[in-house]
Design a protein around this ligand. Sequence first.
Ligand code: ADP
Length: 245
Amino acid sequence: MHPPDVPAAEHAQPLFRLRGIGRVYGRGAAAVHALRGVDLDLFLGEVVVVLGPSGSGKSTLLNILGGLDAPSSGTIEFEGRPLEAADERALGEYRRRHVGFVFQFYNLIPSLTAAENIQLVTDIADDPMPAEEALAQLGLGGRGGSFPAQLSGGEQQRVAIARALAKRPRVLLCDEPTGALDLATGVRVLEALMQANRRSGSLSLIVTHNSDMARLGDRVIRFADGVIRSIETNAQRAEPAELRW
Ligand code: ADP
C-alpha cells in the first residue's frame, strides 16, 4: 500500500536518486575527496547542465552515474534499484542496457567506418536503432561508409552521439562534448544533442566548463569542491545558436 500523499504518476519518480554520495581517491594524508555528500534526483527527459571549475567533481559524478565508478559512501538508485552495491557484472549490464556516453575526444575506432563504430555498440544492445537511422538523426545520412579521418571534428562527434543514442539509452552522459570544437561546429553538435533529447526522452547530462551553456539545460547544477553549490531551474531552454562561447 502506498501512502495517499505519494504521487502515483511515473514521471514523479526520479530516474536516479542519489543520497549522501561521497567518493574518496587514495588514503590517509593523500586522500582526495572528489565528492562529499551529494544529494540529487534526476528525471527522464530533462537536460541537466553540470558546471564547476576543474577538479570540482563533475567527471566523478558522471562516472558514478554511468556505472564506471562506484561511490565510497552513500546510496544511488536507478529506477528504484540500488547501484552502489552492484558487482562488476551487474554494472556492465547496467551500462550496456541503459547508458550512452559522449566524450570530448569522440573515441571512434579509426580503422572502422562510422556505421561500424556504431554497430560495435548496437551488436550488444537489446533493441538498437540501425546505424544508418542513428546517423540520419544526427544529420549524417549516407555517411556511414566514411572513416573517422574522412570526417570533420564536428562530424566525428555527431557519429559519437549517434553511437551513444543508437542503443536507445535512458541516460546520455556527455563530458565536455564540445570541448574540442570551434563555435559554429559546437553549436551544430549541441543542436543535434538537444534534438536527440527531445526525440528520445532520455535524461541528458552535459558536463562543461562553459558557463554560457547553462542556458541550454532545464536545470543547472553548479559544483564546487565536491559539493553541489546550487541547482537552478530555467523557465525555458535556450537554443544553442543563442550561445556565446
Ligand atoms: P572535474 O571533472 O570537475 O574536473 P574530477 O571529478 O575529475 O573533477 O576530479 C575531482 C577530484 O578528484 C580532483 O581533485 C581530481 O584530481 C581527483 N581525482 C579524479 N579522479 C581521480 C583518480 N582516478 N585518482 C585520484 N584522484 C582523482
